[in-house]
Design a protein around this ligand. Structure first.
Ligand code: HEC
Length: 144
């Protein structure tokens, strides 16, 4: 009797597993099709494939490929540009080049992570999700 129950459980698990992997394949095909026209460089191809792997485990498409336009710019606009506009008292962070230079120079990452610099935004650190997105943007090579 116990063996039969065990057999049923194993069968259910196998069915569930095979359904699962089908679903993931379906999901993974969509972002692949859309990210291809987003980025044409060779560097971003490797970035997108590694990003997709982590994206499928969390089930989120946001982390699949971090770009300035869709991910980083809204964060900077919402949290920083009120002070960091061009012509303001602090360095402007309104264009791709300005944000990229501040990030690669280290001052931006140092301040948003409060690593011994003045904390930015001045009201306190942003959510870790925003900070991680900017770090991932750097790792993937500042995709525009
Ligand atoms: C309330 C205004 C304000 C906000 C919001 C703000 N900053 Fe600043 N930030 C400043 C000011 C003013 C300075 C100039 C240095 C100083 O006196 O603190 C500065 C300096 C900096 C610097 C150092 C520049 C350098 O060359 O050393 C960086 C990097 C920076 N901010 C990034 C950011 C980022 C990224 C955000 C958003 C996450 C942000 N700031 C939000 C006011 C602000």
């Amino acid at each position: 009797m116990k063996k039969i129950i065990l057999l049923i459980i194993v069968t259910i698990l196998i069915i569930l597993y095979s359904c699962d992997s089908n679903t993931y394949q379906d999901i993974e095909q969509d972002p692949a099709a859309t990210t291809q026209d987003n980025s044409g460089s060779t560097g971003s191809t490797s970035g997108s494939s590694s990003g997709r792997t982590s994206g499928s485990t969390s089930g989120s498409t946001t982390t699949s490929n971090v770009t300035y336009t869709t991910d980083v710019k809204p964060i900077i606009t919402n949290n920083c540009v009120s002070c960091h506009f061009s012509g303001g008292e602090s360095p402007a962070l309104t264009t791709y080049t300005q944000v990229k230079n501040a990030t690669s120079g280290g001052s931006l990452l140092c301040s948003i992570q409060a690593q011994g610099c003045k904390v930015m935004p001045r009201s306190g650190k942003m959510s870790q999700i925003n900070i991680d997105l900017i770090l991932l943007w750097k790792t993937q090579g500042y995709i525009q």
